[in-house]
Design a binder for this molecule. Sequence first.
Ligand SMILES: [Zn+2]
Length: 135
Amino acid sequence: MFCENCGKQIPDDAAFCTHCGAKQLGGSAPSQPISTLPKPQPVRSSPPPQPAQAVGGIDLITMGQYLIMFLITAIPIAGIVMLFIWGFGSETGPNKKNFARAYLVMMAIAIVLGILISVVMGAIMASIMGSMYYY
Ligand SMILES: [Zn+2]
C-alpha cells in the first residue's frame, strides 16, 4: 500500500509510514479490498517555455531601473543609504534586494582592499622616503 501522507510505498500491514511516520488508518486491516494502485497523481507536464518577461510575481528590474540604481549608487552618501534601504527594506523586491546586498558586499570588499593597499603603499613610500634620507 501507499502512505496516506507522503504517498510512498510501505508494507501493507504497516501501522505507520516507514518514510514519514504518519499513522496509516487502513494499516490495521490485514488485506485491504481497496486497490493498492497509487492515486492518479496530477502529473504536471513540463510547463510551456515562458518568455522571461512573463514571470509573474517576481520584480523584474528593467534596464532603465538598473540605470537609475547605478546613478543613485554613484552618489557618495545617498547611494549607500539607498543600498541599505534596498538591501534590508521590507517592501523591496527580491531582485533589487539581492542587487543592493551584492553591491554593498562589493563596496565593503573594495573599501577593505583600498585601505590595505593604501597601508601597504604608505609603508613602501615611508621606507623609500626613509632610505632616501640616509643617502
Ligand atoms: Zn509517509
